[in-house]
Design a protein around this ligand. Structure first.
Ligand code: F3S
Ligand code: ZN
Length: 103
């Protein structure tokens, strides 16, 4: 099961991080929610594969350490979300469909 494409309708914004929205529920360290809106990464699904970081032509992502999370101890954080050119390379590359790009 990948990220819910309708997350913005079903979840609530619970805060911001590094200039992007965070969508709950968030209960650290085991539940981290979704980071970003245009470039949304479900941190609870991300396994730190890193393909998104490798393929992004405009360096939207940076690693964020998330010690104690059950699926991985670091996540691809969309810190330059506003630089996204909507090429969808990351969404396609992620092996666990943790990313949803909205236009
Ligand atoms: Fe995570 Fe998928 Fe990127 S597993 S690090 S969002 S390719
Ligand atoms: Zn973040």
């Amino acid at each position: 099961m990948g990220i819910d494409p309708d997350f913005a309708k079903k979840r609530q914004k619970v805060g911001t991080h590094a200039g992007h929205d965070v969508w709950g529920p968030v209960e650290p360290p085991t539940k981290l929610g979704i980071h970003g809106t245009k470039v949304a990464v479900d941190f609870d699904i991300c396994i730190a594969d890193g393909a998104c970081i490798d393929v992004c032509p405009v360096s939207v992502y940076e690693w964020l350490d998330t010690p104690g999370h059950p699926t991985s101890s670091k996540k691809a954080d969309p810190v330059r979300e506003s630089d996204c050119i909507t090429c969808l390379a990351c969404e396609t590359a992620c092996p666990v469909q943790a990313i949803k790009i909205s236009t």
